[in-house]
Design a protein around this ligand. Structure first.
Ligand code: F0G
Length: 425
């Protein structure tokens, strides 16, 4: 039954494979694979089958062709969509929403993909699982591998964010730190996985995308398709996944309008954004990607072809933002809305702000920014400037005096930019 309702297909040559195919790319031409649902057989023509179920990835179980009864789940998805009533002014828009993926079990959107892909790994009876990661994939895989009782190896650059490394260790993954980039880590993963008999769970694995597409399903239910969706882009998987979700719903007749996808990359790691801006057909990889947003510090995005399709089919666009713009956006999100997101996530807001400034977004456009990861993933005291920091003896009078002075200077309206330097830090 499941076999009839879906198959795997190469995005380039169209070669098809059954759902138990264990490869990651097409054995004929080497290109990326995707899971194709046979929407005619699925015969879903109304939202009603989903409506009474709890929110989350598995609400849409008929559209995820793995064994639901054997799912490896931590109740991922069902994240909040938050209307931003102060941040929107800072950005220059009437209607701005944040889809806050930081509330997922391991603190990032990766959990949506892992619940499905690790379920697939269990179905395939693999010996263990392995990934390369800038950090979040490692944290997420480690969590789901623990849940599934599967040995797990994560290969990360040594400068990955500390919260993510901590998670991978805590969940019991074998940690391989390399003196190199994410792109080198991914290369190594493919070199060693075969020999070890471990299953690769990076987003080149089409089952990850099958879980992540539910972000599109959720947004379709919550806000519909008449909007712009801004997504931080690294390895190019998530933006393609969200678009896949929306498109499937439109093909089922459950959604009339489709959103425009906006992909945002950081200045020093923007090979995909450059490709789109230059109307090219071939990605020029970067050997030494640099950005403060370590999650998207990637020079050779594996899924660029899928992401390019998402941008072009949706009539979307890309934007490139500086580290400074990312950090300002991260601070603004935190201080204007009380939402803590990691730097890569803040790129989605910074990109939208830039588009408004250069007149490529209208203030009446409805925009959803996907904030992909939690602020605690990457706690960096060197970068975040405190509103005020007082370092004094525990002396009541002294503290009272200092606070008095600071409180008189505070302007709640401009709280994201106002800070009072009291001592050196
Ligand atoms: N935002 C965060 C917080 C991420 O961790 C990532 C990717 C992205 C955005 C970009 O998503 O790669 O699908 O375009 N992190 C990966 C990792 C690469 O290893 O955790 P993408």
């Amino acid at each position: 039954m499941i076999e009839d309702s879906a198959w795997i297909r190469c995005i380039n040559c169209g070669e098809t494979y059954s759902l138990d195919y264990r490869g990651y790319v097409c054995s004929k031409c080497g290109d990326l694979l995707e899971v194709i649902l046979n929407l005619d057989i699925l015969n879903i023509n109304s939202w009603s089958i989903f409506k009474d179920r709890s929110r989350g990835v598995w609400r849409y179980r008929e559209l995820i062709p793995v064994d639901y009864n054997r799912r490896v789940s931590l109740n991922e998805g069902g994240t909040p969509l938050i209307e931003c009533k102060r941040l929107n002014e800072w950005v220059g828009l009437e209607k701005l929403y944040i889809k806050f993926e930081g509330t997922n079990p391991s603190g990032s959107f990766k959990d949506r993909g892992m619940t499905v892909a690790v379920t697939k790994a269990v179905e395939l009876k693999v010996k263990g699982v392995i990934c390369a990661s800038t950090g979040n994939t490692a944290a997420s895989l480690a969590a789901y591998a623990a849940r599934a009782s599967l040995p797990c190896i994560t290969v990360i650059p040594e400068d990955a964010a500390v919260g993510k490394i901590f998670q991978a260790i805590a969940y019991g993954a074998i940690l391989v730190k390399i003196k190199g980039s994410f792109d080198q880590a991914l290369k190594i993963v493919f070199q060693v996985s075969e020999e070890l008999g471990f299953y690769v769970l990076n987003s080149v694995n089409a089952w990850r995308i099958e879980g992540q597409k539910t972000l599109g399903y959720e947004l379709a239910e919550e806000i519909g398709g008449e909007c712009i969706i801004s997504v931080p882009v690294g390895n190019c998987g998530n933006i393609a996944a969200i678009w896949k979700g929306f498109k499937e719903l439109a093909e089922l007749g459950l959604l009339r309008n489709l959103p425009r996808m906006l992909g945002v990359q950081a200045e020093g790691a923007a090979p995909f954004a450059k490709l789109v801006k230059e109307h090219g057909e071939q990605l020029n990889p970067i050997d030494n990607p640099r950005t403060i947003a370590s999650a998207i510090r990637i020079g050779r995005p594996v899924n660029w072809k899928k992401a390019l399709k998402a941008i072009r089919e949706s009539g979307g666009d890309v934007e490139i933002v500086s580290d400074q713009e990312i950090l300002e956006a991260q601070t603004a999100i935190a201080r204007l809305e009380g939402l803590g997101v990691e730097p890569a996530s803040a790129a989605s807001i910074a990109g939208v702000k830039k588009k408004v400034e250069i007149g490529e977004l209208d203030k009446n456009d409805t925009v959803v920014c996907v904030c992909t990861g939690h602020i605690l993933k990457d706690p960096n005291l060197q970068l975040f400037k405190p509103i005020a920091l007082i370092e004094v003896e525990p002396d009541r009078e002294k503290i009272k005096h200092e606070l008095h002075e600071i409180v008189n200077h505070l302007s709640m309206k401009n709280i994201h930019i106002t800070y009072v330097k009291k001592q050196s830090w």
